[in-house]
Design a binder for this molecule. Structure first.
Ligand SMILES: Cc1cc2nc3c(=O)[nH]c(=O)nc-3n(C[C@H](O)[C@H](O)[C@H](O)COP(=O)(O)OP(=O)(O)OC[C@H]3O[C@@H](n4cnc5c(N)ncnc54)[C@H](O)[C@@H]3O)c2cc1C
Length: 439
């Protein structure tokens, strides 16, 4: 039976979920609300790994991802003068664990575009691309996918038959299902479980991270660089085969001032907070990256953490992606978690013939093993990326040099495997997707 569904958030998993719903039942009426005035293209390189790869394949979108994927040659550890001390290569053997650079590295904006366009293509009527959130109520009841920008939700009230949603424009509508795909700070999660409990599900790693791009310079090659500064700070530089260079600043600190700046202040204040911590850091910071930081128009910063929600569903409301299961950027699994979540939720809805509460319970139970695997932090992370003392930095560079020069790293990644607990992608023929062998 076709359902009336509201998705809150048009990041990675919102559009992916809409597309999967539409493929399984073109009769579904799907509305996506996004609090920003348009799709957000910010963000730098993200990874598609493990189950995320066959899901994109089954959606027929993997080739599109391959076309825009960033070619990177590995990661070099550099000192304060930019001198290379050790190089970690990529694992292009097709077997074993992926290293820092995965097979599918893609700019977040490109992936968002691919998923958004796929959802638009699936819509009967063209989805509204941009807008002031104004809505023709008649449109909301028909089959298809539609976006409403500049709109959010202020209240959710559910009974056995549906969810009454109040929007920021004061209107109220009723849905069979509400999906919170609104990121790691999810307001939906806080509305479901209460401000305190929902908020506390986000577990901080006490690392703040800033992403922006600068002009590509002749020395910016395919090898990414990491410069450990000390005192919990590091700088990444990544160019790959792109015409621009990505700068990532990482700062591990329990400073309340820094936390407030990143989580509560506007972009200009966030930039100032990073400038204060990174000025005089060495390498290309003062000569290049500081100016780039001040001038950047694509700057994005956030605090790193993981969301550990005992349950991602309540009645007819479900959480998806970072809102439910944020794995954090240091796992490289955020995109994959979003996709396996959307695939499982859409699959269970189709399997349970749209018995929403039962499908949501099945989603909640079946997604758990995948989340446990995805949220596993590699030993020493995030500290190893943000070391404090100079001796620890020197030791890390020596160890990496030793294992890579003896090719021991190749053996480790081969033995480690990328099978993520041996978990296979569940099969949902009800979703009517292409087999994983086709593209
Ligand atoms: C602008 C941006 C840049 C990012 N850059 C990186 C990066 O460089 N590297 C990295 O590893 N990860 C990055 N991330 C996080 C990454 O996208 C996610 O970890 C992951 O892909 C999971 O996607 P998601 O759809 O669950 O969440 P997100 O991609 O975070 O999308 C959530 C969406 O919900 C919207 N939203 C939030 N609250 C509301 C609300 N109350 N009402 C309506 N809409 C709402 C947000 O504006 C956003 O569009 C970024 C996220 C964003 C939003």
């Amino acid at each position: 039976m076709p359902l009336k569904i509201l998705i809150i958030g048009a990041g990675i998993c919102g559009p992916a979920m809409a597309t999967l719903l539409r493929r399984s039942d073109p009769g579904h009426s799907v509305t996506i609300v996004e609090r920003y005035p348009e799709i957000r293209h910010n963000g730098l390189q993200i990874d598609l790994r493990a189950w995320g790869i066959p899901i994109m394949k089954r959606l027929g979108l993997l080739e599109k991802v391959r076309q825009v994927s960033v070619k990177e040659g590995g990661l070099a550890l550099v000192d304060s003068k930019g001198k290379i001390k050790a190089v970690l290569g990529i694992n292009d053997s097709g077997a074993g664990a992926q290293s820092f650079t995965s097979e599918f590295e893609v700019m977040r904006g490109d992936l968002v575009n691919i998923l958004y366009e796929a959802s638009m293509k699936d819509a009967d009527e063209p989805a509204t691309g941009k807008g002031d959130g104004a809505q023709d109520p008649r449109e909301e009841d028909g089959p298809g996918i539609r976006y409403r920008f500049n709109v959010s939700v202020t209240a959710l009230a559910q009974d056995e038959k549906g969810v009454d949603v109040t929007f920021t424009d004061g209107t109220t509508r009723r849905y069979d299902l509400v999906v919170g795909a609104d990121g790691q700070w999810s307001k939906t999660r806080r509305m479901m479980f209460g401000e305190d409990i929902g908020g506390a599900m986000f577990r901080r790693l006490h690392v703040h991270i800033a992403y922006y791009t600068v002009k590509r310079e002749p020395g910016d090659d395919e090898l990414a660089r990491i410069y450990h500064i000390g005192n919990g700070r590091s700088i990444f530089r990544r160019t790959g085969d792109r015409p621009f260079t990505q700068v990532i600043l990482m700062a591990r600190t329990e400073s309340e001032e820094m936390r407030q700046a990143i989580e509560r202040q506007p972009v200009e204040k966030q930039k100032e907070a990073f400038e204060k911590l990174f000025k005089g850091a060495g390498w290309q910071m003062d000569s290049r990256f500081l100016q780039g930081l001040r001038e950047s128009t694509d700057f994005y910063a956030d605090s790193l953490g993981q969301v550990k929600a005992p349950h991602a569903v309540k009645g007819r409301i479900a959480l998806l992606g970072d809102a439910a299961h944020c794995a954090s950027a240091v796992t490289g699994m955020g995109t994959t978690v979003s996709l396996i979540g959307a695939y499982t939720l859409a699959g269970e809805l189709a399997r349970h013939n749209d018995d929403v509460p039962t499908a949501l319970q099945a989603y909640d139970a079946n997604i758990k093993p995948y989340i446990i695997e995805a949220q596993k932090l590699t030993l020493g992370v995030p500290h190893i990326l943000t070391l404090d003392s100079q001796w620890a930095i020197a030791l890390l560079r020596f160890v990496v040099w030793l294992v890579t020069s003896t090719k021991f790293d190749k053996l480790i990644v081969k033995l480690a495997g990328e099978n993520k607990g041996g978990l296979q992608l569940p099969d949902y023929p009800e979703l009517k997707l292409a087999p994983a062998t086709e593209n």
